[in-house]
Design a protein around this ligand. Sequence first.
Ligand code: IPD
Ligand code: CA
Length: 278
Amino acid sequence: MSAVYDHCYKTVLRLTQEVGKLIRTRINEAKTVNTKDSEIDFVTETDKEVEKTLINGLSAEFPDHKFVGEESTSEGTSQKVVLTDSPTWVIDPVDGTLNFVHGYPHVCVSIALLVEKVPEIAIIYNPVVNQMFTARKGQGAFLNDQPIKASKTEDLSKALVCFEFGCSRNPEKMNFVKENVLKLFPQVHGLRSLGSAALDMAMVACGGADVYLEAGIHAWDIAAGDLIVREAGGVVMDPSGGPFDVLSRRVLCAGTKSLAEQMVKTVTQYHPPRDDAE
Ligand code: IPD
Ligand code: CA
């Protein structure tokens, strides 16, 4: 099996570098911007082009593989995510689209290959600052080919915490954000919001941040980060402390289990409709 996954890994790396050039070139150019679920949930022609290039390139090599892509899902008649046991590429073509629209350089391509719903390969690539995070199941996590490790911070009062505002105007979601900012801010070293869930997870994987929590994201925002954080020695779970579920739209990851558990005890919860809900 590993020869098959070697082929998958080489192919996806080549395609990621190809689409990375497009993102790097376009980030400071004028864009055509449309909205999706809210007035600040954006999509550009680059998001669509990157997703199409990745799906076309991967299906040319692996015709029986399936895809869950952010833009194909939002263009479909149903926005329900169907995840089977077949090899499936879960793709966010531009995570941090709002950043991309503004020319703020925290943007990335996020891709995971799931087989029987288990991640085998993960890539998070920020082409603007040239940071390529990679992981394969059981083989460790890397930043630009150098091994990375999540932090050993155990105490919330010493933690740098990533927490996103998101791009929803749903009052319940906005209240979740407000309450958690008010709870966390006085208790931690600092709060950071990178504007990309995938990059938040990459920061936890390389020890730049200690913990990240969000609810309201989608499978394509977090599928790659899940493997990269765990291969870097970190933990990934549901914000309630239960097992991580890629379709739940909820994630908590940290360098250590004890830090994650302190977050569970501290934060207000929010349960958005699942990605596989009708
Ligand atoms: C968004 C980013 C953001 C997160 C939002 C996501 P997009 O993805 O990951 O950090 O807070 O929930 O939707 O729209 O830039 O691909
Ligand atoms: Ca995204």
